[in-house]
Design a protein around this ligand. Structure first.
Ligand code: F0G
Length: 402
């Protein structure tokens, strides 16, 4: 696997100042929460070709209600759902598509559980490239499928799961001369590092004790670990936060591997309602193992019920996210209960996707109709059922006074 390395030693102070100053600039590159940190991206001499939709710039939100739910004194969410296409994929895609342009490619493609395809479709269209999206038929949320269609990607719904389609497309990409923009693409990983750069910048370069994220294909885990190591090695931060990677129980090969070691055993038929992380054979697992180990991190897994409840709590915090993102809060609760995480520790959870990515899930949860992949009911513990009311002021008043 290709990985990009920086070798020079630098003085961080002037870079920190420059990056802060760029926040007040009107130039497109400076306004991007990715390209603002271009000194740490491998695009020297090619910045004029950058394809930006002003990605990044995502907020760090205090969430006392979610902290209390998890048993922590404080908790903040870095919400990547505020990106142009509503997920963290935009941080990487701006770099991936820029690299495609640099290489003179005309067509790009990806296999996706939905967010990568939404993001690639948008950036490819913005760059004037053709894009081809491969998605598992019937297994991605409508919000994400709708984005791929709207942004103009040629969309193939393949009758296979994510892992099977990825194997297919890796062969096809060579045959058809398509530039593949899955997270095995190292330029996407480079872009996703800026989630960490921006997070540390927002905290005045004070690293937290923990950074918690959901794990699917494990590209983000490898990007976060690499970013943190680089920041430490270059002198921007004094210590490495511990990474906590959270998987869904029905799609947890990384969790299993970190417990048992030996050979990496993939899950042939992964299942979870958090379709974004419904992945049984994560391509970036070797890098992710290294990053979790170097950071003295942990891997945890959570049930469908735990994800659904945590998601509702994030919603009630006024923040909201898609199901995969909520695995973070569910995982934190578990790690606090098992005393792996102390309640006074400084914890940041990364919410990877926007609340409107998967509205069917939300409606079903709040109306008590959500069923897990085995067909069992997921309890609507924090449900908020809509009420049908007649066209009558007195009747409505009676409902509201109850
Ligand atoms: N959260 C969301 C919302 C995602 O869309 C993904 C991955 C992940 C977490 C997991 O990140 O793969 O880097 O470990 N979505 C990919 C996609 C697979 O195709 O959109 P990871």
């Amino acid at each position: 696997m290709l990985e990009i390395c920086f070798r020079d030693r630098i003085d961080p102070a002037p870079w920190k100042r420059t990056w802060r100053e760029r926040r007040t600039s009107n130039s497109a590159l400076d306004q991007s929460g990715v390209w603002r940190y271009r000194e740490l991206l491998p695009f020297d001499g090619y910045h004029h070709q950058a394809v930006s939709l002003r990605e990044g710039n995502t907020p760090l939100l205090e969430a006392p209600r979610a902290a209390e739910y998890a048993g922590l004194d404080h908790l903040s969410f870095k919400h990547q759902g505020f990106n142009p296409t509503g997920s963290f994929k935009d941080n990487g895609m701006t770099c991936g598509v820029t690299q495609a342009i640099r290489l003179g490619k005309k067509r790009v493609a990806c296999v996706s559980t939905g967010n990568t395809s939404a993001s690639m479709a948008a950036y490819a269209s913005a760059a004037g490239l053709d894009s081809i999206v491969f998605i598992p038929h019937g297994n991605i949320s409508y919000g994400k499928l709708a984005q791929a269609l709207e942004y103009g990607a040629r969309t193939l719904q393949v009758e296979a799961n994510f892992d099977q389609i990825l194997a297919l497309v890796r062969v096809l990409a060579d045959r058809l001369g398509i530039y593949l923009l899955n997270s095995i693409n190292p330029f996407r990983i480079e872009g996703q590092k800026t989630i960490i750069f921006e997070l540390m910048d927002q905290r005045d370069w004070n690293p937290p004790d923990w950074i918690v994220l959901p794990g699917g294909n494990l590209g983000n885990t490898s990007a976060f670990g690499k970013a943190l190591r680089e920041l430490r090695d270059l002198g921007f931060i004094s210590k490495l936060p511990r990474l906590a990677v959270i998987q869904a129980v029905g799609a947890a090969p990384f969790y299993d591997f970190m417990r048992k070691r030996g050979e990496f055993v993939s899950v042939p038929d992964p299942h979870t309602l958090a379709t974004a992380i419904k992945i049984g054979d994560p391509v970036s697992w070797p890098k992710a193992v290294q990053e979790v180990e170097v950071s003295n991190g942990v891997v945890e897994k959570v049930t469908e019920q735990e994800i659904a409840d945590a998601k509702a709590i994030i919603g009630r915090s006024g923040i909201g996210c898609e199901p995969a993102s909520a695995a973070t809060l569910a995982g934190i609760q578990k790690l606090v209960r098992s005393r792996v995480m102390r309640n006074d520790e400084d914890v940041i959870a990364v919410l990877t996707g926007h609340v409107l990515k998967d509205p069917d899930y939300i409606y079903n949860y709040h109306t008590g109709q959500l069923k897990d992949p085995e067909g069992n009911n997921v309890d609507s513990r924090y449900g908020n059922r809509p009420v049908v009311a007649p066209n009558d002021a007195d009747a409505i008043a009676r409902i509201l006074e109850k």
